[in-house]
Ligand binder design. Structure first.
Ligand code: BTN
Length: 272
């Protein structure tokens, strides 16, 4: 990999319309593109979300971007490469009025105080690659900047589940300014990613802004479901869950889909 300290994210490739900026950069990685290339689209015709879902946004309203990284990391710290983009997005949104309450729902969603999704991150890699794409990871992020402008823009099933920076800050938000702040911040997290003490800094920052810690959660793993309380993050940024099931011990979740559960109904003590 190129020296992470030299990543400047200045090679920004802009598209009025493209199928998916993640797809584009995976192709570029296969063709040998260096770490640090950025793809930004006004519109995607086949935007990809996590778990095989699609990611849709009207043209020109939101930030749709991907970055190409080629991190050299211990295998159990690879999650931090993805988290670098979520942390950079958090920094980029923190400057907006009333958007300071945004946190990270583990692993990678940016959410507001009410748990509504502001941004989602999707990391993709070609794990079987043995050519130029070997070791490359493309991290894409979709940030709801100016859409929805109000809940009326949302399909009913997303009301209460999604929100935009415009809604949070009370007026239209400059997409380009958010992009530049994100790339500035990513420069510094990408540098941290290349050093053990920097990675510790990343995990510590994640822990302070992770809304999942302390929440009751259901974690969907490929062959089981774990229900319990999220108690913290490891030094690699993985989620620690204390399962409800007795005698199973604290679980370390490396990857999985997490649902925040509402606390169960509290029972009144007898006689009250
Ligand atoms: C999620 O499901 O939460 C992740 C959504 C990631 C969407 C972004 S938009 C830019 C990049 N290109 C894609 O096709 N997907 C990601």
């Amino acid at each position: 990999m190129s020296d992470p300290a030299s990543l400047d994210f200045h090679d920004v490739r802009r598209f009025d319309s493209i199928d998916s900026t993640n797809r584009y950069l995976l192709e570029e990685a296969r063709a040998g593109a260096p770490a640090g290339v950025v793809a930004v689209a006004d519109f995607q015709t086949a935007g990809r979300g996590r778990l095989g879902r699609s990611w849709e946004a009207p043209a020109g309203a939101n930030l749709l971007l991907s970055v190409l990284l080629r991190p050299v990391l211990p295998a159990d710290e690879r999650y931090l490469a993805t988290a670098a983009v979520a942390l950079a997005a958090l920094d980029a949104t923190g400057a907006l009025p009333d958007a300071g309450g945004i946190g990270i729902k583990w692993p990678n969603d940016l959410v507001d105080r009410g748990g509504r999704k502001v941004a989602g991150v999707l990391a993709e890699a070609d794990l079987t690659a043995n050519g130029p794409a070997e070791g490359a990871v493309v991290v894409g992020i979709g940030i709801n900047v100016n859409w929805p402008a109000s809940d009326a823009d949302l399909p009913p099933e997303l009301v209460g589940a999604a929100v935009s920076l415009q809604q949070l800050s009370g007026g239209p938000v400059d997409r380009e300014a958010v992009l530049q702040r994100l790339l500035d911040s990513l420069r510094s997290w990408a540098t941290d990613l290349g050093h053990a003490d920097g990675r510790q800094r990343m995990a510590a920052r994640l822990a302070t802004r992770c809304t999942t810690i302390g929440a009751r959660v259901r974690v969907e793993l490929p062959d089981e479901v774990v229900v319990g309380t999220a108690t913290g993050l490891t030094a690699s940024g993985h989620l620690l869950v204390d399962p409800d099931e007795a005698d199973t011990g604290i679980r370390t979740i490396v990857a999985g889909d997490v649902v925040h559960l509402r606390p169960g109904p509290t029972r009144q003590p007898p006689g009250t």
